[in-house]
Design a protein. Structure first.
Length: 440
């Protein structure tokens, strides 16, 4: 894929020069003030990193290189006869900042197919794990086993010039993205289908081939995978998985190590594992109520009981967004086209009508609206992917597109080791009493 690599090189060299000039003229300007609460409460809202591929606005939602999800659905190339954007086109956009042509996407698909063959030791490494190991654990283990093929690690050991780091990170990123669906599909078939694997179909695009290797041949599921793997790919740099990849990569860890670390963050229930928690909560609600078509009143009572028990309603709220997540909306629109009468989908929509007013009435919730996880499980269950422990793996395969494109940019722009300052609570108390100058 030399066209994309050369396009990136030209863009990165131009931007690196611009950043150098910006820092020279404006580097000492103060961007904002950090409140004490932010230091104690997860650094929320502190602007502290540059992340080129996407931006999250609290009111507008996610923009990928300036484009909204509906714009991407309209502008990115699609599979023949398909209506949803191809993830290859999204990766091309994230990396280059330019919308790809159909020819660009076809070439990228072909390049990933050529790179997709797995070393034999990767599958043996996964097979060493017990079947009951979580799917995320198995996939991350496979990614770590792939690290033996890191071109960047080999070149760094040889003493390559730092100006060339990005080129080898690019090659690692392309290889990892190409091979990740094979690893993920192997884990799925191993854990849930007796190890009966399905060979790749070299005639299919990246997302459709992933669906095929999982064992789903219907065009509806392939279309869902194209949409799912596009909209879950990136969400600016501050979320746990993206920030983890950025942080680990800043130590010049190769893309395999960085992405494995990101996957471990994604596996947390406050991040990517939330999509698993949502569907469990809905199914538990249906079981408790004794119906797969609960009324609005029944849902309202169950939600209030959930809150009264000191639990959260999974799939609702977001650290940044203050409106319905556009990724939720995209999935809802997909459901209206493909499964408007699905009972579970309709329950998701009823929950959407019921939960926000309840959360708003509490007076403490900044964002009572659904996030991306509130809908995805119902779509997957509709097509028969019932193993909800696996849902976060799908999220991880998609997130590779964003965090690896961002890592190529980080190395091309020469971003340094990330090392924020930390203080102790004793320092803070001394500072409040005027006996310490930690922030002065």
């Amino acid at each position: 894929m030399e066209k994309l690599k050369n396009l990136f090189k030209a863009k990165a060299e131009k931007q690196a020069a611009e950043i150098k000039d910006i820092l020279k003229e404006h580097g000492t300007k103060v961007m904002g003030e950090v409140q004490l609460a932010q230091a104690f409460q997860g650094m929320r809202g502190i602007t502290g990193m540059i992340y080129e591929t996407s931006l999250l606005d609290s009111e507008e939602g996610i923009r990928f290189r300036g484009f909204t999800i509906p714009e991407l659905q309209a502008k990115l190339p699609k599979a023949k006869g398909g209506k949803e954007p191809l993830p290859e086109g999204l990766f091309y956009l994230l990396l280059s900042g330019e919308l790809p042509t159909e020819a660009d996407v076809t070439e990228l698909s072909a390049d990933w197919r050529k790179r997709s063959k797995l070393p034999s030791h990767v599958l043996r490494t996964i097979d060493a794990l017990p079947l009951e190991a979580h799917a995320m654990t198995q996939v991350t283990t496979g990614v770590m086993a792939l690290q033996t093929d890191s071109i960047f690690a080999k070149k760094y050991a040889e003493g390559v010039n730092k100006k060339e780091y990005w080129s080898y990170v690019y090659e690692d990123a392309m290889n990892l993205i190409a091979r990740l669906p094979e690893v993920a599909a192997y884990v799925y078939r191993r854990k849930y289908h007796g190890g009966k694997t399905i060979a790749a179909d070299q005639n299919l695009d990246w997302a459709a081939n992933f669906a095929h290797m999982l064992g789903f041949e219907g065009e509806g599921f392939k279309e869902l995978m194209r949409l799912y793997l596009t909209i879950h790919s990136d969400h600016e740099g501050g979320n746990v998985s993206a920030h983890t990849a950025h942080l680990v990569g800043s130590a010049l860890a190769d893309p395999y190590l960085s992405f494995a670390a990101a996957m471990n963050g994604l596996a947390g229930p406050l991040h990517g594992l939330a999509n698993q928690e949502v569907i469990k909560w809905i199914l538990d609600m249906q079981k408790t109520l004794g119906t797969d078509r609960p009324s609005g009143k029944q849902i309202e009572e169950y939600v209030k009981k959930t809150l009264a028990d000191g639990k959260v309603v999974p799939g609702y709220g977001h650290a940044v967004l203050r409106k319905t997540d556009p990724r939720f909306t995209a999935q809802a629109e997909f459901a209206k086209k493909h499964m408007p009468d699905d009972k579970l989908v309709n329950t998701v929509w009823q929950i959407y009508e019921t939960v926000p007013p309840i959360l708003q009435s509490l007076g403490k919730i900044k964002n009572p609206w659904p996030n991306v996880d509130a809908h995805s499980g119902a779509l997957l269950l509709h097509y028969g992917l019932k193993e909800y422990e696996y849902y976060t793996v799908l999220f991880g395969v998609s997130r590779a597109l964003g965090v690896l494109a961002a890592q190529v940019w980080s190395r091309a722009l020469g971003f340094p080791l990330e090392r924020p300052k930390s203080v102790t609570t004793e320092n803070v108390k001394a500072w409040i009493a005027g006996k310490d100058t930690i922030w002065e």
